[in-house]
Ligand binder design. Sequence first.
Ligand code: DAH
Length: 339
Amino acid sequence: MKQALENIKASALNALESCQDVKELEALRVKYLGKKGDLTAILKQMGGLSADERPLIGQIANNVRTAIENAITAQSDKIKVFMLEKSLQNEQIDVTLPGKSQPVGKLHPLNIVLNEVKDIFLGMGFDIAEGPEVEFDYYNFEALNLPPDHPARDTQDTFYITENILLRTQTSPVQVRVMEKQKPPIRIICPGRVFRSDAVDATHSPLFHQIEGLVVDKGITMADLKGTLELLMKRLYGDEAKIRLRPHHFPFTEPSAEVDVMCFNCHGSGCKVCKGEGYIELLGAGMVHPKVLSNCGIDPEVYSGFAFGLGLERIVMRRYGITDMRLLFENDLRFLNQF
Ligand code: DAH
């Protein structure tokens, strides 16, 4: 009997290893571990054993069952990762397809402002790009000049699906996906959901939205970046809106800047809304790092580019004077109907 059990184990592990399909995996589970399965069939013969033999064979049978169960779980994980990787590899979005029709009735404030931002950029000749929310570590970090041990990863802790697949922490990976496929001139924005393992409070949420921007061509300079963002802010907040660029560091841009907009409440003199600063921080930006360009097969000696990433919630909150981000996600109609 001991040999019969070992044979079942060997045969099951062998069959499981080559199984590539979830349904097939379930069929194997039934075949080996089911009520009418191979293991049960053997155990039914245990009645014929002596009292001495029974515990030993019982122990072996339990071990065989555990080994097969573990192998099923491991193979199931393998199949899932394989399917996920395959679907990410084939990720393709046809931006020429017509957009979804607008729902009837009111729009969520996030959508109202997003539509405005899209219109502003479409007017400047930008295209709208998209990328997956479940992303490879390579696109989210590595290709953006954030190697595995880079300390800047700590500020963007996220939800990992496997060691190499995660929920994207920023929309910046779409820059890489676009540059890999498309050669300059490139002018895109990419709005989308991003994820971080942050606790919920008035200014943090584990899910929020960013709008990424990327322009790559010959002779692009920081002046193009400033002009583009100034126009965006004037369209969003009125012609008197002013921006300023402060030096900062992002691994994927050089030089990098944080962009502030003059406080709409006090016009620069400092008040409660801007915490006495006169300016309110709105986004990160910079000139695309030469390493990022060459990671994507674009020659940094020939081309240059600028990029920026803005937080949609932050713009919406400034726009409507909303002080608690949670209101945007709770979907309380008493709140939403005000827009
Ligand atoms: N991805 C950055 C973040 O989430 C924001 C950002 C900064 C995007 C600079 C950019 C950029 O494209 O150039 O913190």
